[in-house]
Design a protein around this ligand. Structure first.
Ligand SMILES: CC(C)(COP(=O)(O)OP(=O)(O)OC[C@H]1O[C@@H](n2cnc3c(N)ncnc32)[C@H](O)[C@@H]1OP(=O)(O)O)[C@@H](O)C(=O)NCCC(=O)NCCS
Length: 120
């Protein structure tokens, strides 16, 4: 079992000049649909961004490993609970760890969003 944690300052997303361009670069269509359903709330964006980085940490991989943040999709069930969908690139690393499951949890308060990931 491995874990990863990440904290993100929410205000960092306040003054992004081209928010749609930013979302297109780092978030999948399903993620963008959720973000739009939350009226592009920057706390939601920050939490999901943190969750992607927490997943990378738990998997022991970095952005430089040929993996993009878009290879990790933070989705939500009908209760709002986040879960992770991954591309084959991330699945490869999961198999290397003989792991089968990735779980994440997200919280935000004030100017910070935090996410925790467990891979087992
Ligand atoms: C889950 C809950 C307690 C979080 O409340 P909170 O302390 O105000 O919010 P936090 O800032 O700590 O966390 C918010 C994030 O929790 C996650 N979340 C939302 N519902 C969730 C749920 N049912 N289970 C787990 N995580 C949830 C989301 O990522 C959310 O971020 P988003 O709104 O930007 O998408 C609240 O949303 C709730 O009461 N939901 C309905 C009841 C429920 O399903 N409870 C299950 C608890 S395990």
């Amino acid at each position: 079992m491995n874990c990863g944690v990440d904290i993100t300052r929410i205000s960092r997303f306040e003054n992004i000049e081209n928010l749609d361009g930013f979302l297109n670069k780092y978030f999948t269509n399903e993620e963008k649909a959720y973000i739009n359903s939350k009226s592009k709330s920057i706390q939601t964006i920050a939490g999901m961004y943190s969750a992607k980085e927490a997943v990378l940490k738990a998997m022991g991989i970095g952005i430089g490993s040929g993996v993009a943040l878009k290879d990790i999709s933070i989705l939500h069930d009908n209760l709002g609970c986040p879960y992770v969908d991954i591309t084959a690139k991330i699945d490869y690393y999961l198999l290397q760890k003989s792991a089968k499951e990735i779980t994440v949890s997200i919280s935000h308060d004030g100017d910070y969003a935090v996410a925790f990931c467990v891979v087992k």
